[in-house]
Design a protein around this ligand. Structure first.
Ligand code: TXA
Ligand code: MG
Length: 334
């Protein structure tokens, strides 16, 4: 069973020693918990895929504690990359650029590029510095499942399979980083996330956000990903014909601002309609509903702006179909 380490000097030193010895440690970042390995140790990175149960290798994000260390992983650093690092690092922005030889192929799933970010979470930064090496880390969940935003969620999913987790409590941003490819011109958002698109546009006015195809397509952009075990349906207008009726009292409801009557359990993302708060609570509330033994989870859409874009991206991938409501029931349209 994973050791739960306090994120003090001693816990961080122990976690860093595990990383240096080729082991895996889960750690908090400001977005979600990462499952970390020494990025230069191909065997350790391979273990990450085994533990996550990924059906194939996927490129992982390499985490650094200093922009200068990012530059050591890339062959070229265009002025735009420097501008983005200055403006958004440390923070939830991941940049994709051509990789140097020293980055093992397994970390990039054979791609000629590597995704790098400098997280802002003090425990993540302390761990990377203590390990003395960049840390490759995907989100610390089993493949396709909910990303953990609390160390207890990591223990629940991966406790049997990893050496240790640094206990940082709840993560403040709550949704994964925004991934931007700078190898395309104009640059492209591969995954919407914790850095709002509006802020990105201030630095890259012509940034593309349409879904990628081909070599730069991200697994985080698989149509089915981030799935709870309980089927989730997105509330959308449209006819209920051909739908399957479910008693509302057997369903949970993930609401944006206001509760709806008649559901077995309702969780509200943000009563004041703050999309940052909604993102921070998103995975934790979804996990709560997932554990409640419900027949289905109905999720209400949130406004598609700022972090609402990232939330809607995750909701669409989590969803098994459309839901509409009448007075007492939920209609499920798969
Ligand atoms: O906030 C986050 O980004 C978290 C924390 C732990 O940093 N990490 C995370 O990692 O979400 P992961 O592995 O779950 O997602 C990484 C995303 C995937 O969509 C992956 O396809 C994409 O980044 N990615 C990684 N390397 C890439 C590359 N070379 N080219 C294109 N996409 C890449
Ligand atoms: Mg992930």
């Amino acid at each position: 069973m994973a050791r739960v380490l306090l994120p003090d000097d001693e816990g961080i030193a122990q976690a860093a020693a595990i990383l240096r010895a080729g082991g895996l440690v889960a750690f908090p970042t400001e977005t979600v918990y990462g499952l970390g390995a020494n990025a230069f140790d191909a065997r350790a990175v391979a273990k990450v895929f085994a533990v996550k149960g990924r059906p194939h290798f996927d490129p992982v994000i390499v985490h650094v504690a200093d922009p200068a260390d990012a530059e050591k992983l890339w062959t070229e650093v265009p002025p735009l990359a420097r501008k983005l690092m200055e403006r958004f690092w440390p923070g939830p922005l991941t940049l994709v650029l051509p990789k140097r030889e020293i980055v093992p192929d397994i970390a990039t799933a054979g791609l000629p590029t590597v995704a790098v970010r400098m997280p802002s979470h003090p425990v993540a930064l302390a761990l990377i510095r203590a390990a003395g090496t960049p840390v490759a880390a995907p989100s610390a969940n089993r493949f396709g499942r909910l990303s953990p935003t609390h160390h207890e969620a990591v223990v629940e999913q991966l406790g049997e399979a990893i050496a240790a987790v640094l206990a940082g409590g709840a993560t403040p941003v709550g949704i994964e980083s925004t991934v931007v490819s700078l190898v395309e011109d104009p640059p492209r958002v591969l995954r919407p996330g914790g850095t709002p698109i509006e802020a990105l546009r201030e630095v890259i006015p012509n940034v593309r956000v349409d879904p990628p195809r081909g070599p730069s397509a991200s697994p985080g952009t698989l149509p089915r990903h981030y799935r709870p075990l309980t089927p989730l349906f997105l509330l959308e207008p449209g006819p209920a014909e051909g739908g399957e009726p479910l008693d509302r009292r057997r369903c949970g409801f993930l609401a944006y601002q206001k509760a709806w009557h008649g559901f077995a359990q309702v969780e509200i993302l943000s009563e004041k309609g703050d999309l940052l708060e909604a993102a921070a609570r998103f995975f934790a509330l979804l996990r709560k509903l997932d554990r409640a033994g419900l027949a289905a989870i109905v999720a209400e859409p949130v406004p598609e702006e700022s972090l609402g874009l990232a939330i809607m991206d995750r909701l669409r991938r989590a969803s098994s179909g459309r839901a509409c409501l009448d007075e007492t029931r939920v209609w499920i349209i798969r």
